[in-house]
Design a protein around this ligand. Structure first.
Ligand code: PAF
Length: 288
């Protein structure tokens, strides 16, 4: 496995692979790799002859009071995990290499990025779209793989790739969970034992929504309250619980009745950890 920090050397390595007739897959990450990332890397492995993983804690997607400084950084361990998963190339640039002095280009998706997390993290998706565009341009992959735990991110990037005619398939891979149902996330490391126990209110409440939906409940307001009330009892605070259209993540009004599938998406804080999770009602089983 090759580890590269220089963007041009990385671009050249990907270009050589493509010239040799290899399909390239990209798994963009911020490092602190866990089994959830492992499943993305394995999915990529099955889709391409060269699998590249980027490890980059992207400053532009964090707001001023967010966890950029304390986000876990562990490149050596990440490289070991990537190698075990059969990755060919790790791209781990310094911040100044992707954002050199004087850079000012930004990529913005409007409506899909404005709902849910976008309402609470105003710069977040612009930062994500900007860095993912840079990574896609450098890599030239035929497929890029993202986790569906960050469901809105996946939909924003699908929109971005379509609107910019980027020749890449943006794949959303199923959420990987701990045995007790908590969605795997690098941010779970912030949880104390007590917060970790209380955070199970999220998969439990999402499971209750799946069961209520399966039993015939179609009121967006009833399903939203069911989930919100349960999580609010356990969390330090709730940013949002929304029932939304799966493709555009636009929240449904409480008086709406669900026809077909619906996204139930959550963001809540447990101490210093902001956790997100979701389930697509009518498509997925209960997470817990
Ligand atoms: O999902 C993440 O880890 C990040 O948002 C991403 C896609 C790697 C961009 O920095």
């Amino acid at each position: 496995m090759q580890i590269v920090d220089d963007p041009i050397a990385y671009r050249d390595a990907c270009e050589r692979a493509r010239r040799d007739g290899k399909r390239v897959a990209l798994v963009p990450t911020m490092g602190a790799l866990h089994d959830g990332h492992g499943s993305l890397m394995r999915l990529a492995r099955g889709r391409a002859e060269l699998v590249a993983v980027s490890v980059f804690v992207n400053p532009t997607q964090f707001g001023p009071n967010e966890d950029y400084a304390r986000y876990p950084r562990q490149l050596e361990a990440d490289c070991r995990r990537a190698e075990e998963a059969g990755v060919d190339l790790v791209f781990a640039p310094e911040v100044a290499a992707l954002y050199p002095p004087g850079e000012e280009a930004r990529v913005r998706v409007a409506a899909t990025a404005a709902h849910l997390c976008g309402a609470f993290r105003p710069v977040h998706f612009e930062g994500v779209c900007t860095v993912v565009t840079k990574l896609l341009v450098l890599t030239g992959p035929s497929v890029a793989v993202f986790g569906r735990k960050d469901y809105q991110q996946w939909r924003v990037l699908v929109r971005m790739a379509a609107d910019l005619f980027l020749p890449v398939e943006i794949v959303g891979a199923p959420t990987v969970r701990e045995p007790d149902g908590l969605a795997m996330s690098s941010r779970n490391a912030y949880l104390s034992a007590d917060e970790r126990a209380r955070s199970l209110s999220i998969p439990t409440a999402l499971g209750d929504a799946v069961r209520a939906f399966a039993a015939g409940e179609r009121s967006a307001g009833v399903l939203r309250s069911l989930v919100r009330d349960a999580i609010a009892r356990a969390a330090s605070s709730v940013d949002y619980v929304e029932i939304a259209t799966p493709d555009t993540v636009e929240p449904l009004r409480d008086d709406a009745r669900i026809a077909g599938r619906a996204l139930c998406a959550v963001a809540a804080r447990f101490g210093g950890a902001r956790l997100i999770d979701n389930v697509v009602l009518g498509e997925e089983g209960p997470p817990r």
